[in-house]
Design a protein around this ligand. Structure first.
Ligand SMILES: Cc1ncc(COP(=O)(O)O)c(C=O)c1O
Length: 386
């Protein structure tokens, strides 16, 4: 046994976050209000997008994002449309697509980047294709530039689920800003933590307004003056409860936003620390033939360190457990392998060879926004014993 414990997830809060929560409680305003608006403005500014809409989770950001695309005026999504998706992502990348009656076309991932193999986009395309969902896995940018061009060339919507890759960059552009909609998660242990939370970003005012209405009951109350969504009546009594869309209630709370404002300020330093740890991990494992680690595309914000082993993962996992090193499957694994898939209308674009290999032989260990040199050295020593 050793005295280095290496956890999968870690807290990134300091006293400032606790003080921000106390201020919210003292203010008496706990439900969605001015702090959420302030966080949205700061988030949009940091990522260079026109609009941000905060939600209670990244999953909810995906849900209201997909819903909004069904209600826009021009070229809306329709039930039965096809959507190109990667084989590996989190369950709630896919679930809203199923819930809105879309058909999924799964494309395998590249084994080294773990992101969608964009060389297969042409094969995935059919006359029914209406949207691509791009996901950058665990901080490592997908070929978002290629997906953006492909979407533009074929008149497709580009939806970017960036819930795992806040602050990553490709060609100097932040991930989460390539799509018509880009979503983020601020769940505990993500790049910033607001306990639970998510953000939808877009440059399209109509999509922002749709998302704001669908986020809160489908009402008009949070919409800006001059919105294109409806004609307000000159009657406050009626407008206070005017429902224009089939919405949900997936609002965040003031506490989430207040903490988010503190965390957003710390994000550049936290990403820098994650990247220092990544450099050390790459140095120790980059040339090690026993493992496939993620090949960095652009600038990763390194959520964690993935490894695919060539032989017995079971044996490796036992060693990690015995030595107190946390690990888990890569994101949600290869999604068509889960029982939930029986509820989906989907086709596979060829074999999911790499997705399956990552599912069967892969795992990840944590990366955190502080120095992990000892932990990564310890990981190396444990794996050398295997
Ligand atoms: C790719 C992806 N999409 C969506 C989500 C959902 O985010 P949340 O946990 O905030 O609901 C996650 C969660 O980590 C994710 O990895």
């Amino acid at each position: 046994m050793n005295n280095v414990s290496y956890d999968l997830a870690a807290d990134s809060w300091g006293d400032e976050e606790v003080a921000a929560i106390q201020d919210v409680i003292a203010s008496g305003r706990l439900t969605m209000g001015p702090k959420v608006a302030e966080f949205e403005a700061a988030f949009a500014a940091y990522f260079g997008r026109k609009y941000a809409v905060m939600t209670n989770s990244g999953s909810s950001a995906n849900l209201i994002g997909v819903a909004s695309l069904f209600y826009r005026k021009n070229n809306p999504l329709e039930r039965g449309d096809e959507v190109i998706v990667p084989a590996i992502s989190w369950s709630t990348t896919y679930h809203p697509l199923q819930q809105y009656g879309l058909k999924l076309r799964f494309v395998d991932v590249e084994l080294d980047s773990l992101n969608m193999d964009v060389g297969q986009l042409e094969d995935a395309l059919t006359p029914a294709t209406k949207m691509i969902v791009g996901v950058s896995i665990l901080g490592n940018p997908a070929a978002l530039d290629v997906m953006r061009d492909f979407a533009d060339n074929h008149d497709l919507i580009f939806f970017e689920d960036n819930c795992e890759s806040m602050d990553a960059e490709l060609g100097g552009q932040k991930t989460g800003t390539f799509g018509d909609i880009g979503t983020f998660s601020t769940f505990f242990s993500h790049h910033i933590s607001t306990i639970e939370g998510g953000v939808l970003t877009t440059d399209d005012a109509e999509l922002r307004d749709l998302a704001k209405s669908i986020r809160a009951h489908g009402w008009t109350r949070d919409l800006p003056e001059g919105t294109s969504l409806y004609e307000p009546r000159d009657e406050d009594f009626f407008e206070a409860y005017n429902f224009i869309l089939p919405g949900y209630n997936v609002r965040p709370q003031e506490i989430n936003a207040a903490v988010g404002l503190v965390q957003l300020k710390k994000l550049p330093q936290m990403t820098a620390k994650r990247r220092d740890n990544l450099a050390h991990f790459q140095k120790l494992f980059g040339d090690d033939e026993r493992f496939i680690i993620q090949r960095e595309n652009g600038k990763s914000s390194s959520f964690c360190f993935t490894m695919i082993v060539k032989d017995d993962r079971q044996r490796v996992m036992k060693m990690l457990t015995d030595d107190d090193i946390g690990f888990r499957i890569i994101t949600g694994g290869c999604f068509p392998r889960h029982q939930a898939i029986k509820h989906f209308d989907y086709t596979l674009v060829g074999e999911m060879t790499n997705g399956n290999l990552a599912h069967d032989n892969g795992f990840f260990v944590g990366n955190h926004p502080f120095d992990l040199t000892d932990e990564i050295d310890h990981l190396r020593a444990v794996l050398d014993k295997c």
